[in-house]
Design a protein around this ligand. Sequence first.
Ligand code: HEC
Length: 104
Amino acid sequence: MKAVKTLLVAGSLMLVAGTALADGESVYNSGCAACHATGVAGAPKTGDKAAWANRVTQDIEVIYDHAINGYQGENGVMPPKGGFMNLSDDDIKLVVDYMVEASK
Ligand code: HEC
């Protein structure tokens, strides 16, 4: 009985993780891709390892902060939450994780 319960817990955890990743990608596609798919206004292209090489060496908290609160970088301006203020901080973190993973 205990084993069944463990299996159930593991199964639902996997489900949550799967949903989270899908969400990061869909939010990215419906919003952030406007700049980050092609590199509009100096945005680092997602998947362009060279453009991300110096970014992914930063602490992930710094990258989250840049995406959530916005910042002026060397290449351009990243608006707070990319201008999508309806997104929660956690939503943004999911998208950042997706972008960073795709660009390593
Ligand atoms: C209006 C265009 C635009 C949109 C929309 C946009 N970004 Fe950006 N983003 C930029 C620019 C420009 C930079 C690069 C700034 C620099 O480093 O010079 C950037 C940089 C970043 C970085 C790198 C931060 C770092 O520390 O190097 C992350 C992560 C990021 N954006 C996440 C996102 C996410 C997540 C979204 C969607 C919610 C988003 N961006 C939407 C323009 C945009």
